[in-house]
Design a protein around this ligand. Structure first.
Ligand SMILES: *Cc1c(COP(=O)(O)O)cnc(C)c1O
Length: 388
């Protein structure tokens, strides 16, 4: 073999079957081959396991999917390039022209856009209510044939709690499927509820390091099967490098979530006593209007604390710019603490009535609590509040 040929057909290093790497390798290969045409064809027909082309599947990405599914008490998962991608693909995959979707004002902004603009363009209608409006939800499901109910809990940014048992029971009773964005609650909570599809941004808690994006939809295998073929048409399977980084992040997921939630609880308690703060939104506070429901549904209350400054938007600007440890940027779930100012939080697509339901005020600030020392965080907050 000439050298030019050899570099394209390098020697294979076969790891013996009884010899395992402790950390699974990155399968950075688009193509996989079998030794015969017959086995290739059987694999393409789904008659034998194996891999063929990375747009459909890759061992590293598959390993991440199989790690994620049982965290959420389900048996299958599809991982894609971002949380928004997985939400868009899941909603497109589950609806057709003429279907109706029930969704909520208290929803991640891009999810509202996907339902209104993207699904709307393909003739899917929607009703948007408050997550707290149980009579309205029951009335809509009873009076309008509904394909999907799409909701989240705790909600972004004011951490309202959805009554998951009641919502899923109503959806089931009226023949609607449920899609729950469980990003805020994390991968280990709410799995015991009768939710059909959990969607997650893996960009947040799963990786924790803030250096990689990903998304996942987690469900029972028979519910995921119809989505799987369509996912490969979008060509957005999570890249194996990203899957590897997220898999690595997951090893410390539980300690991070627990520790960051404990920090968030301390911070919420401290803010609740501060004279410049009108109201703190954190499900772990006994003063949260749905604290009892949160305690029944959750073991940890998450790492997002939001609050309303008495001084409104101007105080919010001074406060967020005075913080030193909190980065003024989007996202959550990283080991660094982050802050979003009122000017970054105010939705621009809502009517005045919907804005009132959202409970976002001119002075609402959102904190995402990281892994820094709690006393340093409290000191930074106190100092910035005194300048606000
Ligand atoms: C961040 C986020 C998303 C979107 O995830 P990306 O990975 O940024 O695309 C969806 N839902 C919620 C609740 C989020 O916080």
């Amino acid at each position: 073999m000439k050298k030019t040929t050899r570099v394209n057909h390098p020697p294979r290093v076969a790891v013996p079957a009884d010899n395992h790497p402790l950390v699974a390798p990155i399968y950075q290969s688009v193509k996989f081959e079998f030794e015969s045409l017959e086995e290739t064809v059987r694999n393409l027909r789904g008659e034998r396991p194996g891999f063929h082309y990375m747009r459909a599947s890759n061992p590293t990405t598959r390993q991440l999917e199989l790690t994620l599914a049982p965290l959420q008490d389900r048996d299958d998962c599809l991982a894609s390039t971002s949380g928004v991608n997985v939400i868009a693909q899941t909603l497109l995959g589950l609806t057709k022209q003429g279907d109706h979707v029930l969704c909520f004002v208290e929803t991640y902004g891009p999810t509202r856009q996907i339902i209104r603009r993207l699904l709307g363009r393909f003739g899917v209608t929607h009703t948007m209510l408050s997550i707290e409006d149980l009579p309205g939800i029951e009335h809509t499901l009873a009076s309008t044939a509904t394909r999907l109910m799409v909701f989240e809990s705790p909600t972004n940014p004011v951490t309202k709690i959805a009554d998951i048992a009641r919502l899923t029971q109503l959806a089931r009773q009226h023949g609607a499927l449920t899609v729950m964005d469980n990003t805020f609650a994390g991968l280990h909570q709410h799995g015991e509820y009768d939710v059909d599809y959990f969607v997650h941004s893996l960009t947040k808690y799963a990786s924790g390091a803030g250096d990689v994006m990903g998304g996942a939809v987690i469900a029972r295998a028979e519910l995921l099967r119809p989505l799987r073929a369509e996912f490969s048409m979008f060509g957005a399977l999570l890249d194996p490098h990203a899957a590897f980084l997220i898999q690595r992040g997951l090893k410390t997921y539980f300690v991070r979530y627990r520790e960051q939630s404990a920090n968030a609880q301390r911070i919420a308690e401290r803010l609740a006593r501060h004279p410049s703060v009108a109201r703190v939104h954190y499900p772990g506070l006994p003063t949260h209007p749905q604290h009892a429901l949160a305690r029944a549904q959750m073991r940890e209350f998450g790492t997002v604390v939001s609050f309303d400054l008495r001084g409104g938007g101007e105080a919010g600007r001074r406060f967020t710019e005075a913080l030193e440890l909190f980065a003024l940027t989007a996202s959550l779930g990283s080991t660094e603490s982050l802050v979003m100012a009122p000017q970054m939080l105010k939705p621009r697509d809502l009517t005045a009535d919907q804005l009132a339901i959202s409970a976002i005020t001119d002075g609402t600030v959102r904190l995402s609590i990281g892994l820094e020392d709690i006393d340093d965080l409290l000191q930074d907050l106190e100092r910035a509040l005194s300048t606000a």
